[in-house]
Design a protein around this ligand. Sequence first.
Ligand code: ADE
Length: 274
Amino acid sequence: MHIDILTLFPQMFQGPFGIGIFKRAVERKLVSINIHNIRDYTHDKHHTVDDYAYGGGAGMVLKSEPIFEAVESIKSDIKPRGDMLPIILLTPQGRLFCQQIAQELSQYSSLILICGHYEGVDERVRRHLATDEISIGDYVLSGGELAAMVIVDAVVRLLPGVLGSQASPLDDSHVTGLLEYPQYTHPAIYRGWSVPEVLLSGNHAQIAKWRREQAILRTLERRPELLDKANLNLEERQLVNRFKNHLHKEFFHHYQRLLQLLLYLLCLNTLLIH
Ligand code: ADE
C-alpha cells in the first residue's frame, strides 16, 4: 500500500513511522508512507498556505490551490489498483472512524490523506477534491496530523504480513463486534492474584468458550450498545439476557434497600418531632 500524507508539519511524522511495526512494514516493502509539505506547492515568495475567510470572522482558512496542486502532482505518480484512489480529508466534520472503516481502507492499494489546519479548509477542497472526510472522534484537534497517524496505524496493522504470522488482528477488540477478552501471561500468581483456572487447563475448547463469554460480558458491562450489532448465536443471546436480568435484579435490590432506609429515616424524623 502507498500512503501519501499532505501536511503543513512534516516533522510531526518523523517519530511514529520510524519505529515498531511501521519500520518493519516499510523495510519489508509492505507499505510506503510519503509525507508532503503543502507549502512546497505554493508559488509566491512567502509560501502562503492560508488566508482570511471571505465574509470575515476569526482565524485563517487553508487555501485550495496548494492542496489541489499537491494532490494532482501525487496522483500523477500513482497507479491505484482498480481505479479508486481515496482522497481523505481529516476533519472533525467527517464520518466517525472505526474498525470497519480501517478494514475498508486497508483494501485499497493507495490512500491520500489531507491534514487540515487553522480554522478550516476552503470548501472547494471538500467538494471537488476529497472523496471522503474522516473524523477520529467528537473533539477538535489543532490539526489533522494526529488523526492521520491514528488512521495509518489502524490500517497498516491490518495489511497482510505486517503483524507477522503469530499475531492476528482477527481477535482484536471491535473486529468481532465485541471487546477483547482478558489476557494473562506468566506468572500464574502475582501478588496473590491468580490467572483464571480454565486458562491453565490446556483444554482448548473450554478456553475458547471462556474467552467468548468474557468478551460478551465485558462488552455488556462497558459498551452495551455494541451488542446490538454483534454476531451472537442463540445461546450467547441467552447468556446476555441472563446477565442483564441479574443486573436488573441487583439494581432493584439496591433500590429497594435505599427506599427502606429513607422510609426508616422519615419515620424516625416524625417520631423525634412529636
Ligand atoms: N482535525 C481536527 N480535529 C479532528 C478530528 N477530531 N478528527 C480528524 N481530524 C481533525
